[in-house]
Write a protein that binds this ligand. Structure first.
Ligand code: FES
Length: 238
């Protein structure tokens, strides 16, 4: 079956703005958007540029906007898409070339929230033991692959440059809900302002766009409840 793809093109060396190029290809059963991009590149235009690595929904590098919705190119089946397929780079991010965006700004935000375990006690000889039920508390948040589909889809982030955004806030929740982490007060303090959880407008676009089905909006709301509860107890300054 023939399929048409309208793919965003932008070359910083020759273009002042982006445009769309139409590709047509023979789609086969099981073909993903990433497969289609490879086919377009190999058979029609070798300059087409996009990011990918694992092809297995693990690395997050193939996140892009497909028919108006953020997702992973390696996970999205052509057969699930109707009509001409429109493929664009993630919104709200600086485009480096074609479908490749600059991940450094969201990664800098991510690094700012101390995205690793903090524990006051002396390290054990082997691993820090955790009960399965305690692990389950942050199961969903731990599946985040940092594709930034959520952050890119958030309308607040498009205008509020300092907003931490759903990806970074989900990572905060991952450690706040981990009973081995001892920096809960510090973490909640860090996100309890206008650039943290209170900036979210609960548009739910982040939850809708997560390829791992993480309820990122619900996660932010859980963090809000924790902050409110601690503020009531006088442990987190307003
Ligand atoms: S190529 Fe790794 S998530 Fe798609």
């Amino acid at each position: 079956m023939k399929r048409k793809l309208r793919i965003f093109r932008y070359d910083p060396e020759t273009d002042t703005g982006g445009s769309f190029q139409t590709f047509e290809l023979e789609a086969v059963e099981g073909m993903t958007v990433l497969d289609a991009l490879h086919k377009c590149k190999e058979e029609q235009d070798g300059t087409l540029t996009f990011r990918w690595s694992c092809r297995s929904f693990i690395c997050g590098s193939c996140a892009m906007t497909i028919n108006g919705r953020n997702g992973l190119a390696c996970k999205t089946q052509l057969s699930d898409l109707r009509g001409t397929i429109r493929i664009e780079p993630l919104a709200g991010m600086h485009v480096i070339k074609d479908l490749v965006v600059d991940w450094e700004p969201p990664l800098a935000t991510y690094r700012s929230i101390t995205p690793h375990l903090i524990a006051d006690d002396d390290p054990p000889e082997k691993e820090r033991i955790q009960l399965p039920e305690a692990r389950r508390r942050y199961d969903a948040a731990a599946t985040c692959i940092l594709c930034f589909a959520c952050t890119s889809s958030c309308p607040v982030g498009w205008t509020a440059q300092n907003y931490l955004g759903p990806a970074a806030l989900t990572k905060v929740a991952r450690f706040v809900e981990d009973d081995r982490d001892t920096a809960t007060d510090h973490r909640l303090q860090m996100i309890a302002d206008e650039n943290g959880v209170w900036r979210c407008r609960t548009a739910f676009r982040c939850s809708d766009s997560c390829p791992k089905d993480i309820d990122t909006t619900g996660t932010i709301l859980r963090l809000r409840r924790r902050i409110a509860a601690r503020a009531l107890r006088g442990r987190v300054a307003e």
